[in-house]
Design a protein around this ligand. Structure first.
Ligand code: MRU
Length: 340
């Protein structure tokens, strides 16, 4: 089952707010519903947002031949969430085909969807090879945060896609996903995906991650990315930065896994990345019940930025960039996506 797909003239997506309790598919036939589903995280994760942006433009273009109106709607879609560059990337790439009419626009969006599946397979192979070379043990314990699996993409994920590949290759010992406060993408979604794939795991509260790295619980940390700046600084789910600091302290490889659509060479460094603040409500309550005194306000950044100095390597669908060995993103030579 695909996380997001184009079915009979509409977008269908798994409503991730309902997992792990039930699998509900939302059928989206208008732009406003898509924007609402993006903002309430029914569809989420950078690669899936790229596909949502692309299919969203196809939806808009199918309903209007007024180019100015299509572009204005596309801008609203682009702005639905600010941090994951894949959303604006998907919208902008599909908009380049507007002159060809709705069929051309849809084809471009479908191409993006197919490319995502190939890219995730490729990242899994590159990432697994990298861990094999970095980890001396025969089996690997991996820590991760948020959800970077098939639910964050189309079929297969990025960081969790690497973990899945290692599991399929038979040398995954155990996964330690962090719960990922406040919306529990790790507890609800990653734990669900690991259960589906039959991979051994034990869940950690977020604040246990850094300490347990210092006690040697994991051989490597894998995270996804919402935007990688030109200098390699990486925005990802809040909590990634503290894991990176702890991994550096413990001498554990800290690896970012993302398709090249997540690399934003127009953003110089992490300081230039807009971080979405999702407001107080998600923090002052738990599962709909207030846990704080009336009137409590919260600061709720959805993401943080890990400085490139703390990152061992960036694994993309086309290459491994060993930032720890001084490799950088500048002058990237684009080649064919690895498929085997
Ligand atoms: O707020 P979310 O759930 O969209 O945040 C998702 C993440 O931070 C992921 O790690 C990132 O998008 C990479 S997904 C492969």
């Amino acid at each position: 089952m695909r996380t997001i797909d184009w079915v009979d003239g509409a977008i269908e997506l798994i409503d991730q707010t309902k997992l792990p309790h039930e699998i509900v598919v939302n059928r989206i036939t208008d732009l406003d519903s898509l924007i609402v589903d993006i903002q309430r995280l029914a569809v989420r994760g950078a690669p899936a947002l790229g596909v949502a942006g692309a299919l969203g433009v196809a939806l808009i273009a199918a309903g209007s031949d007024d180019e100015a109106a299509v572009r204005a709607d596309a801008q609203r879609l682009r702005d639905a969430r600010p941090t994951a560059v894949n959303l604006s990337w998907g919208v902008d790439r599909v908009l380049t085909t507007l002159d060809g009419g709705p069929a051309a626009v849809l084809q471009e969006a479908l191409d993006i969807m197919a490319e995502d599946v190939a890219a995730c397979t490729s990242m899994g192979l590159y990432g697994a090879d990298l861990v094999r070379s970095l980890v001396p043990n025969e089996t690997a314990n991996i820590m991760t945060i948020c959800n970077t699996g098939g639910l964050a993409a189309v079929e297969r994920g990025t960081a969790l896609g690497v973990i899945q590949t290692i599991h399929e290759q038979g040398w995954l010992k155990e996964v330690f996903p962090l719960e990922t406060r406040p919306l529990l993408q790790g507890a609800r979604l990653t734990a669900w995906e690991l259960t589906q794939m039959g991979a051994p795991f034990r869940l950690l509260v977020d604040s246990a991650g850094p300490f347990l790295l210092s006690r040697g619980i994991a051989d490597a940390v894998f995270i996804g990315a919402d935007r990688i700046a030109a200098n390699g600084d990486t925005a990802n789910k809040i909590g990634s930065f503290s894991l990176a600091l702890a991994a550096k302290h413990a001498g554990v490889p800290f690896i970012v896994v993302a398709p090249e659509s997540t690399i934003d060479m127009n953003t110089a460094s992490g300081a230039d990345i807009e971080i979405e603040d999702r407001g107080s409500a998600e923090v002052v309550s738990f599962a709909g019940t207030r846990t704080t005194p009336e009137g409590t306000e919260a600061v709720n950044p959805a993401f943080d930025v890990t400085p490139h100095e703390l990152i061992t390597a960036i694994v993309t669908d086309r290459r491994v960039i060993r930032t720890d060995l001084g490799e950088t993103l500048s002058g990237i030579d684009f080649g064919a996506t690895r498929t085997a």
